[in-house]
Design a protein around this ligand. Structure first.
Ligand code: NAD
Length: 437
């Protein structure tokens, strides 16, 4: 089998450590032949890992697209606001595209991407990894099988762990709406996509509430806490959000290691890849991490950052069949999980998507409960990262069917997220049919 050739646009955490990793693990299937990445350390790391030819590395995607087509497809894993321009350029140049979510940060740009892909006749697959997991495939199949009867209500919770909230949405890349996107789009376009896919029902009315309640200067535990945790903070040892506590001592992750039966002194660095890799361009040595905390964004006090995205939001939806659906998203969870409950006329389904997955089906007639449990793994979105890439490559090879999460299929989740943000900011109930027009 001839490997499919790819060019990486953005070799950060997702570009290098997820999609790049897949190619290293599946060399006969796929091969990276080019990379565009402005940060020299990241570009070098990617070139070395994939043995990229000296004339096929570029500082930006513009330089890559100045050259004649040099691969079958591109994987675009730049930041949220840098998705549209390279995706449109790639489609114009005849590439198939795997594009990270959110596909765009405005509705008009989402529509432009769908149209551009369809006009070009190229695959544009969006990084909605959850649809590819065993967990959500099972939830989808159970609901669609009719085993639960008619679904009357759904409660879906996106429980963002407190340290993940601090890492990504207070100190990190997704802390400001103007620089990336509102949290309901950045974090929950996945959840809105899953709800739409599992139910197969369009939303007719939607409202939303939420705010940035906790991570604000007035909530600092004392008036004298410094701007950085490393500047002699008097409450550092007592603060769950302590940067040295999270990144150097791995305090939040010790209980996870214990629950997995690992020894107390286990070095957790290797399986904390994604939070750690953001700090010092992939250099995970303690001295590099410490320097990053002293000088970079991840050492900032969570009460004195420049964040503005919400730390909790609820979205209430009514579907075309009259199902009431609630999505809860919050950044104050003890664990990193998604939990859900579907109440149908014949059965209730309760489920948890986390390291340890669980699906329970309580049958009304028999009174019996079926429990399905399995270990979902430490990372990779419960296997979804790997399967999304495999599905992209299969679509390119077969050339027959549209991927499960092509741009058109992904449009609805983005539309719902934009509507939810509008509803939250204005306090209105959004009529979704009118909104779609
Ligand atoms: N599918 C998922 O579940 C999932 C999970 C996390 C993140 N994401 C999304 O993936 C995207 C990337 O996230 P990340 O954590 O890898 O970010 P990152 O900041 O680690 O990586 C982005 C990379 O793009 C590079 N870049 C910037 N300008 C560029 C240009 N002009 N040309 C080429 N490269 C350029 C940056 O230097 C950086 O290395 C984001 O949109 C994010 O929301 C998706």
């Amino acid at each position: 089998m001839t490997p499919i050739t790819l060019a990486a646009i953005g070799a950060g955490q997702r570009g290098a450590d997820v999609y790049g990793r897949y190619a290293l693990d599946n060399p006969g299937d796929v091969e990276y032949v080019a990379v565009a990445e402005p940060i020299p350390q990241r570009r070098q790391r990617f070139m070395a890992a994939h043995d990229i030819a000296p004339d096929l590395h570029f500082t930006t995607w513009e330089d890559l697209f100045d050259r004649p087509k040099l691969a079958d497809a591109v994987v675009i894993a730049t930041q949220d606001q840098d998705h549209v321009a390279p995706a449109l350029a790639a489609l114009r140049a005849g590439y198939h595209v795997l594009l990270e979510k959110p596909m765009a940060t405005t509705l008009a740009d989402c529509v432009a991407l769908v149209q551009a892909a369809e006009q070009a006749g190229r695959v544009l697959q969006i990084g909605h990894v959850l649809r590819y997991t065993d967990f959500f495939t099972q939830i989808h199949d159970i609901v669609q099988s009719g085993r639960l009867g008619d679904i009357i209500t759904v409660e879906h919770r996106e429980n963002v762990a407190y340290w993940h909230m601090a890492h990504s949405f207070v100190r990190g890349n997704w802390r400001r709406t103007d620089e990336t996107s509102p949290m309901i789009l950045a974090k929950c376009c996945h959840d809105l996509d899953i709800l739409y896919w599992v139910l197969g029902e369009r939303v007719t009315r939607l409202s939303s509430f939420g705010s940035l309640r906790h991570f604000r200067p007035e909530n600092a535990p004392r008036p004298d806490v410094p701007a950085r945790c490393t500047d002699g903070c008097p409450v550092e040892a007592d603060c769950p959000f302590s940067a040295p506590g999270i990144y150097l001592e791995h305090r939040p992750f010790r209980p996870i290691a214990t629950s997995l039966g690992l020894p107390e002194d286990t070095n957790l660095t290797s399986f904390l890849d994604w939070p750690l890799v953001a700090l010092a361009h992939g250099d995970k040595r303690p001295e590099a991490i410490r320097a990053a905390l002293e000088h970079g964004p991840y050492g900032r006090c969570v009460y004195h950052s420049d964040n503005d995205v919400v730390d909790h939001q609820v979205v209430m939806m009514e579907t075309e069949r009259g199902t009431s659906v609630t999505l809860f998203m919050h950044g104050h969870s003890h664990d990193q999980s998604r939990t859900m409950r579907y109440d149908g006329t014949r059965a209730t389904l309760e489920a948890k998507f986390a390291m340890q997955n669980e699906i329970k089906i309580h049958d009304h007639l028999s009174g019996k409960t079926e429990v399905i449990e399995w270990f979902g793994g430490m990372d990779g979105h419960g296997g979804g990262d790997h399967k999304l890439m495999a599905a992209f490559l299969k679509t390119l090879r077969d050339g027959t069917h549209a991927p499960l999460t092509d741009a058109r299929a992904s449009l609805e989740s983005h539309l719902l997220a934009f509507a939810a943000e509008e509803a939250r900011l204005t306090g209105c109930v959004v009529d979704m049919d009118a909104y779609r027009q």
